[in-house]
Design a protein around this ligand. Structure first.
Ligand code: FRU
Length: 517
């Protein structure tokens, strides 16, 4: 163990080099698609949200960062913090590879306030078995680090070694319950099955294997990345547990699993000492093109500060799995979703809605009231929406269109992204067919029979410079997709095809910057 915890470079030196790497890329950054109100790095590549927490009066979001290019590579932890979840401040890079154990990457992990009041981070130390690439698999172990300010960390080294032979052994998520610390992480078994393991500890330093908490029933799923595990309360006051994971190896089927890897959840029951018992099938967290590796945290868990109202808040990563992603030469690649509150709805399903704080992004609002759009026509409702939230209620009873909705990023060259209610398909369609850049595919968020039979359908659509994020019916479905607007003003238009559209209410909010541009 000592050897594996040996420093091969000083952490400070590795961090300074990484800062210089980000600064170099940031200097070349093209801002046409750089987010105004989503978290992204100044420069370089980012992926998973990590270490989400509220610590000593500030919200902290860390993320996987490759500081030296706009492609995935040697993973660091980038960091931003905020005192209101609206305006964010860049913090120094928190982790760089510096130990033998994390030589080829400080991989994903989570953060909790420890019994000692310090911030504890648990992450995966990653090494390539051959020292170069993944041709001969990897060596992964769970590591810990501590901090008094959430900014500067002391690495404690390996706390869970990898029993020989386990390929893919990563992404610790830690929580405390009934006086005991628990950790879940994902692994791939010798026969290539995806499992979530459960460990426990009394002191956060010495961890014991408890059991396989969950084994994915599909033999094709060989790894469950970034597992998450938390309780929710159903409408009758019963506790349920949600197991979330990002499945590698799941195959597309109908509207499901259309991304290379797919993040979703199952609802079930669990008691300490037992296995998780699923009561639902696997459901996607998000039906868009670009969503992966979400992490959630509870605003109460482990924190004795003021801002602790018990919400389960989740961030996801706009994963660029569907190629092409035209960001290679833009100086940056990758952003996080908005923070989402996760709860069990009256319908018994999980909902994810933008955190209440997101209303604080609104700069000015226009209420357009009822709008009728005749079949085959378009109505421009905003001439140039660079950063906008659109709240739209469709009057389903008085809408006869086969397909109707809203075009955003509609530029003078004829490009746009279309978010439509599709009566034939029975779902919300996010269609990039008319995009000038990147993938042109579409995705569907299916609606339930009850939703299709309802009088109204609500959409909350967040348009940023390079993305569209859609919340359907109070977050019953969500869709996150990149949308690379072409040059010129970016109009918003209502559209009705093969029938009329009646919009019961429409409000447009221009959104301000979160301060990271
Ligand atoms: C998920 C993931 C994690 C890993 C990290 C590395 O996107 O592959 O399993 O810890 O990204 O960047």
């Amino acid at each position: 163990m000592n050897d594996i915890n040996r420093e091969f470079v000083s952490h400070d030196e590795a961090l300074a080099r990484a800062e210089a790497g980000v600064a170099k890329l940031a200097a070349t950054r093209n801002d046409r698609w750089y987010p105004k109100f989503h978290i992204a790095s100044n420069g370089g590549w980012i992926n998973d949200p990590n270490g989400l927490c509220y610590y000593r009066g500030r919200w902290h979001v860390y993320y996987q960062l490759h500081p030296y290019s706009t492609q995935w590579g040697s993973c660091h932890w980038g960091h931003v913090s905020s005192d209101d979840m609206i305006t964010w401040k860049r913090e120094p890079i928190a982790f760089a590879p510096s130990l033998e154990a994390d030589r080829d990457g400080v991989f994903s992990g989570s953060a909790v306030t420890g019994d000692d009041g310090r911030l504890w981070v648990f992450y995966t130390g990653h090494r390539w078995a051959n020292g170069v690439d993944d041709a001969d698999d990897n060596l992964e172990v769970q590591c810990a680090a501590v901090s008094d300010d959430g900014v500067h960390f002391e690495k404690l080294g390996v706390i869970i070694d990898n029993p020989k032979g386990f390929r893919h052994f990563r992404d610790p998520k830690v929580w405390k319950q009934d006086g005991m610390w628990y950790m879940v992480f994902g692994m791939s078994t010798a026969d290539a099955r995806g499992e979530v393991l459960l460990y426990s500890s009394e002191n956060m330093r010495i961890w014991h294997f408890e059991q396989v908490l969950f084994r994915h029933p599909n033999p094709g799923v060989y790894m469950l990345e970034c597992p998450d595990f938390f309780p929710v309360t159903d409408k009758d006051g019963n506790e349920k547990w949600v197991i979330g994971f990002s499945a590698m190896g799941s195959k597309p089927s109908g509207f499901m699993n259309r991304n290379a890897n797919n993040a979703g959840y199952m609802i079930g029951t669990w008691e300490p000492g037992g296995q998780f018992t699923p009561e639902t099938e696997f459901r996607l967290w998000d039906c868009g093109h670009n969503f992966y590796a979400p992490q959630s945290f509870n605003t109460v868990a482990g924190d004795t500060d003021d801002n602790t109202d018990g919400r389960q808040i989740m961030y996801g990563w706009y994963s660029p799995f569907v190629q092409p992603i035209p960001l290679d030469d833009e100086g940056w690649c990758g952003q996080l979703t908005l923070p989402r509150e996760v709860f069990l709805g009256e319908d018994g399903d999980i909902h994810t809605v933008p955190a209440a704080e997101m209303a604080g992004l609104r700069e000015d609002s226009t209420d357009l009231g009822v709008v009728e759009v005749k079949s085959g026509t378009e109505t421009v409702v905003a001439e140039n929406a660079e950063a906008m939230e659109i709240e739209m209620t469709i009057d389903l009873k008085n809408t006869t269109a086969d397909r109707a909705g809203i075009k955003v990023h509609a530029t003078p060259d004829g490009s746009y992204t279309y978010v439509a209610y599709d009566d034939q398909i029975g779902g919300i369609v996010l269609d990039r067919q008319a995009n000038a850049f990147g993938d042109r595919g579409y995705r569907v968020a299916p609606l339930t029979a009850d939703e299709l039979a309802a009088d109204q359908l609500t959409l909350r659509i967040y348009v940023d410079r390079g993305s569209v994020e859609v919340y359907v019916n109070d977050g019953h479905q969500t869709m996150s997709s990149y949308s690379y607007a072409a040059d010129g003003p970016r109009a918003v238009k209502l559209v009705a095809e093969s029938g009329d559209l009646t919009v019961a209410s429409l409000t447009l909010h221009n959104l301000k910057s979160i301060g990271l541009e």
